[in-house]
Design a binder for this molecule. Structure first.
Ligand SMILES: Cc1ncc(COP(=O)(O)O)c(C=O)c1O
Length: 439
């Protein structure tokens, strides 16, 4: 398949060089430095619209104000900053925030209380207090946390968030790596069936506003069929808990995107939404259960394709059969290959159409042999001092970035036709020292 189809939808090749939303990547790199990240608004808008239209086609009343409703929740862990939080509200999305830090970013971006949903596997008391103060919903991960929530709801609390319970369905999805699975029986996430029923009893006895069930089976899968068994378990629990009117059901997120041309075409989000919606509707009918408000929680499939990383090539080394292209970006802005062998592809910014005559590996400047982003990729010739662009870089890269070796986090651009905005400036040495205290 065509490598260019991994890039944002507004990508063009003109005069053998790459541009996105009408902006030449070489010019952006010259003006803003490298390593550089950009997010293409058109690609993000299309993804959000795609989810909404799929829900409107497959779930009753989705897209209207009538009930039940269906909503798209952006999983902020994929990448959250003030501008992305603002963008989420231009589509009326809910925002999944993990803990007090992401809640603060969502608030800075103007996300209203009713759209803030708080996740986390072992939330601290600070996280819970921030969630109770600012969120519309808290998804409770375990019984200890449920008791902590109860303890934090003091008489001063004016609005108590809705509480949902995170189910561990014990059903795995195929994500290609164990570290991106969350729903299998021995996962650290969520509660077993028995724990869910105990937590529901606790809520009843303590007058807590329990009104939803959530599960999330893993991240970056393209076969939706394992969701069916988990949906059945969730609906059985809804009956046992006694949900009737006005309840919420969230089968999480995790729909995949293509990172490498071998994985094209892009997974079809309409098919993912259809499988969920049809099984929720049929499962509720079978059980005589009121249709829930349905919440989907995509992160990666909303932003990954919109993001592109641009690196400058330094030295090129030949070691036996191996050709190392050494770049100024690497595991500190993209730890995904080092963490779980994620595969990527790339193109040179200029000379895009050249013959892919050499098989190369792309490694960063950091003091780890594992500081590798791409392995064994056929690529047109790239000169020292040239630029490469890595597609599908919008999710779980910058949000997992680090300052290893004193690395400064890259600048992030927002691009649309006729407009480029810096939405995160490049970190500086002063930023690196900002938390330090002398002895
Ligand atoms: C609870 C929860 N919801 C949603 C997501 C989003 O997953 P993805 O970005 O793969 O769609 C995650 C990711 O791990 C998650 O843990």
């Amino acid at each position: 398949m065509n490598r260019i189809d991994l890039f944002p939808i507004s990508t063009k090749i003109e005069n053998d060089t790459l541009s996105i939303a009408g902006h030449e990547l070489a010019v952006l790199a010259k003006e803003h430095g490298t390593p550089l990240y950009l997010y293409d608004r058109a690609t993000m808008d299309a993804a959000a619209a795609g989810y909404k239209s799929a829900l409107a086609s497959h779930y009753p009343s989705a897209g209207s104000r009538r009930r039940p409703f269906a909503s798209v929740t952006y999983a902020g862990k994929a990448f959250l900053c003030t501008a992305i939080a603002q963008w989420s509200q231009s589509h009326g999305l809910f925002v999944d925030c993990t803990g007090e830090g992401e809640i603060a970013i969502a608030l800075a971006g103007g996300v209203p209380r009713e759209h803030i949903l708080v996740h986390g596997v072992n939330k601290s008391i600070h996280d819970l207090k921030a969630a109770i103060q600012h969120a519309g919903t808290i998804v409770v991960d375990n019984l200890t946390e449920m008791k902590n929530v109860a303890a934090c709801i003091t008489t001063e609390v004016v609005t108590t968030p809705n509480l949902w319970l995170r189910l561990l369905p014990g059903v795995a999805v195929d994500t290609h790596h164990a570290h991106t699975q969350t729903g299998q029986h021995d996962s650290k996430f969520g509660m077993t069936r028995e724990e869910i029923l105990e937590a529901a009893r606790y809520c009843r006895e303590h007058g807590l506003p329990l009104n939803g069930i959530h599960f999330h089976q893993g991240s970056n899968f393209r076969d939706a069929s394992p969701l069916v068994a988990a949906i059945e378990i969730g609906l059985d629990l809804a009956v046992e808990i006694g949900f009737s009117e006005e309840w919420h059901f969230s089968p999480g997120g995790g729909w995949g995107v293509a990172y490498h041309e071998d994985e094209l075409p892009q997974p079809d989000m309409n098919e993912y939404v259809r499988v969920i919606a049809e099984n929720v509707i049929a499962g509720c009918k079978k059980r005589g259960l009121t249709l829930p408000h349905l919440h989907l929680e995509p992160g990666r499939s909303l932003v990954a394709r919109a993001g592109v990383a641009i690196y400058r090539v330094g030295a090129v080394k030949r070691r036996g059969d191996k050709v190392w292209i050494l770049t100024d970006g690497g595991m500190t802005d993209n730890p995904r290959h080092a963490m779980y062998g994620a595969r990527y592809s790339c193109l040179p910014v200029s000379g895009v159409g050249g013959e892919r005559s050499e098989v190369v590996s792309i490694a960063g400047p950091y003091c780890e042999s594992g500081d590798v982003v791409i392995e064994d990729l056929p690529l047109p010739k790239v000169e020292e001092g040239g630029l490469i662009a890595i597609p599908a870089s919008g999710a779980y890269q910058l949000s997992m970035s680090s300052n290893y070796n004193g690395a400064r986090k890259p600048a992030v651009l927002w691009v649309e036709a006729g407009k480029v905005r810096v939405i995160q400036r490049r970190e500086t040495v002063t930023d690196l020292l900002a938390r330090d205290e002398a002895l």
